[in-house]
Design a protein around this ligand. Structure first.
Ligand SMILES: Nc1ncnc2c1ncn2[C@@H]1O[C@H](COP(=O)(O)OP(=O)(O)O)[C@@H](O)[C@H]1O
Ligand SMILES: [Mg+2]
Length: 189
């Protein structure tokens, strides 16, 4: 089995990038949010945040079933990639976007101010990166800085990495922003 995961904070371009990558590789693309919905794993509603709450046990079961066919190749994108069975994973790409650019992108969506702040903070800290490293280990997790790239350019970068065999490099917005004395612009307290 060879699953290619595309993860990242909301607004980093997962859905768009995964779609293009899937069509270039002629591989089916699964969106975790869609899978959760189709599998009846969205069990409650978080009214304050205006989103559904995913039953993680239910989604883990759905993912086990989905990845059980060892001959199949899949691109899986979404916000809960660490729930995908580790044994099925070949590549993990975590999309990263500079917090300033991400803030602009998310503000253009119908996101509340709180939701923008929450997601920008998660990107500064690198929550998705840390979760992915925890779940899949250093060697499989590659980070793509999409700040200055279009979605097709991000896909080209992913495909180049898949061919090159080079080691992953890490992105650390927190240290960069601290060095520039800009951390307070992005973290509340
Ligand atoms: N380099 C890039 N890669 C992907 N999306 C980008 C890029 N630059 C800007 N975008 C824009 O960012 C927005 C978020 O993309 P989307 O795929 O919905 O993200 P996600 O699924 O991670 O929330 C889209 O409007 C997309 O056009
Ligand atoms: Mg998306």
């Amino acid at each position: 089995m060879s699953v290619i995961l595309v993860g990242g904070t909301p607004g980093t371009g997962k859905t768009k990038v995964a779609k293009i990558l899937g069509s270039k590789l002629t591989v089916e693309v699964i969106s975790l949010g869609q899978l959760a919905d189709d599998s009846g794993c969205i069990t409650a509603e978080d009214k304050a945040r205006n989103t559904g709450i995913i039953n993680e046990d239910c989604l883990v079961d759905a993912l086990f079933e989905l990845t059980a066919d060892k001959s199949k190749r899949l691109v899986i994108e979404g916000h809960y990639i660490d729930l995908v069975p580790s044994s099925s994973i070949q590549w993990v790409f975590v999309l990263r976007t500079h917090p300033e650019t991400l803030k602009k992108r998310l503000s253009e969506r119908d996101y509340s101010e709180d939701k923008v702040t929450e997601n920008v903070e998660a990107e500064v800290i690198g929550v998705c990166q840390l979760d992915a490293l925890d779940a899949f280990g250093e060697a499989k997790v590659f980070e793509i800085d999409t700040t200055e790239l279009s979605a097709p350019q991000s896909v080209e970068k992913i495909q180049a990495l898949m061919k090159s065999g080079s080691s992953p490099t890490r992105i650390d917005w927190m240290s960069q922003l601290e060095e520039q004395g800009r951390i307070d612009e992005f973290l509340t307290d």
